[in-house]
Design a protein around this ligand. Structure first.
Ligand code: XLS
Ligand code: NI
Ligand code: NI
Length: 440
């Protein structure tokens, strides 16, 4: 590739390193709350969050929707040579990630470089761009939170990737998976994600669900065995989502994924990557999903975004709701944070946000809102009587017959002997709600 030049161009002109200036600052290009070195609950904010920029939304997505094309003009997307175009995009990407001060990024294989017409050429492109990524990462110190394979865009996957009824497509997905695992390992990725966008069905009439889910279990087992064999020490994450693009996705929500992992003996290697908007699409709150995952020891990572109460799809907006975030961060702190993962902004600008600097405002807001919410949550947990009030509701299980029940030492006959009408005890919901708002 002798005609390829190394990037020395500045794409986000006039915007320097985004710094923490405190909440009195009116500089829109400064953090008001995210001081990466500030210690909260024993760790710096940088360590707590491990913020990551999502390559696909930030550097690939130009804002197209089913009703119209993209609206953003990317100055790095001008070269018709796919190799040079990928390098330009990576220069722009690393310029942004460095200026915003995110320690990590995340990618799908073909976010980095366009997929080609043949698998062999695609793999060659991936080898090329991951060589370049290695240089950019070494030079900037930016690390890879997770990699993944895009096993949903290519039309070959219209009936599923690993759950396709045709083995030839499953094998093709396997070839792509291997390439994405190799790329992730080559770039010292700390984790690897599976989001099964096409692993589900459009109609049960033409679907053998049991067989398809068995195939998914087989596919993930092969991925685990291969990557471990290559020395990969990180976590595998499954990212649940109930639907979209399929009518029903097999990784519906955290509880479904936990059942799946148990069934296919994957509990030791896999954890869960939760996404806020996926939780709400499943008719759960993110707090619910976090509790479910954390209770099973599987709260691995988070895709940060938010939905829209009036829309029933994955709008992937940047997080702004402090109430929701504060409740999420309480669960985060109560369970000791994330296991191996971080906070990846799987969020996109609105179609009518067309300036290059909009990407900065979006991430600054997201990072500030997480930082502020973590501090609110820490205050609630350490300064208010919230934890005690919650624990007190269960005090009757701490000793005596309640404790015996919890320890499995009572028979139903013994329980029945103790049972009679008793006085009502208030759940105090409104008082709990007030505590949250008092600390925001
Ligand atoms: C789509 C998913 C996707 C995954 C990675 O809804 O959120 O972006 O995070 O494949
Ligand atoms: Ni996601
Ligand atoms: Ni999503």
């Amino acid at each position: 590739m002798s005609n390829i030049v190394l990037g020395d161009k500045e794409y986000f002109k006039g915007i320097g390193q985004v710094k923490f200036e405190g909440k009195e600052s009116d500089n829109p290009f400064a953090f008001k709350y995210y001081d990466e070195n500030k210690v909260v609950a024993g760790k710096t904010l940088k360590e707590h969050f491990k913020f990551a920029v999502a390559y696909w939304h930030s550097f690939c997505g130009t804002g197209g929707d089913p009703f119209g094309p993209g609206t953003r003009v990317f100055p790095w997307a001008t070269n018709s040579d796919p190799y040079q175009a990928a390098k330009d995009k990576m220069d722009a990407g690393f310029e942004f990630i460095t200026k915003i001060g995110a320690p990590y990024f995340c990618f799908h294989d073909f976010d980095l470089i366009d997929e080609a017409d043949t698998m062999a050429e695609s793999q060659k492109r991936l080898d090329f761009i991951t060589d370049y990524a290695k240089e950019k990462m070494a030079e900037s110190g930016v690390k890879l939170l997770w990699g993944t394979a895009n096993l949903f865009s290519n039309e070959q996957y219209m009936n599923g990737a690993s759950t396709n009824p045709d083995f030839k497509v499953v094998a093709r997905a396997g070839a792509q998976l291997k390439g994405a695992l190799d790329a992730t390992i080559k770039l010292d990725g700390e984790n690897y994600v599976f989001w099964g966008g096409r692993e589900g069905y459009m109609s049960l009439l033409n679907t053998n669900m049991k067989r398809e889910i068995d195939h998914l279990g087989q596919f993930l087992t092969m991925a685990r065995d291969y990557a471990r064999g290559q020395g990969f020490k990180g976590n595998f994450f499954i990212e649940p989502k109930p639907a979209e693009p399929t009518k029903h996705q097999y990784d519906f929500d955290a509880a479904t994924v936990i059942g799946f992992l148990r069934e296919y003996n994957l509990m030791d290697d896999f954890k869960i990557n939760l996404e806020v908007n996926h939780a709400t699409l499943a008719n759960h709150t993110m707090q619910h999903e976090m509790e479910v995952a954390a209770s099973a020891g599987l709260l691995g990572s988070m895709d940060a975004n938010r939905g829209d109460y009036q829309n029933g799809w994955d709008t992937d907006q940047f997080p702004t709701n402090l109430n929701e975030l504060a409740e999420m961060m309480m669960i985060f702190l109560e369970h000791g944070g994330l296991q191996g993962g971080g906070i990846n902004f799987d969020a996109k600008l609105r179609r009518n946000s067309t300036d290059l600097d909009d990407l900065f405002h979006a991430h600054i807001g997201g990072m500030d809102n997480f930082a502020r919410s973590l501090m609110i949550a820490d205050d609630i947990l350490t300064k208010s009587n919230y934890s005690k009030l919650k624990a007190d509701r269960y005090a009757s299980f701490d000793s005596g017959d309640g404790k015996s029940f919890e320890e499995g030492k009572l028979t139903l006959e013994q329980l029945a002997k103790l049972g009679d009408n008793t006085q009502l005890t208030s759940g105090k919901q409104e008082m709990f709600e007030n505590i949250i708002n008092n600390y925001i």
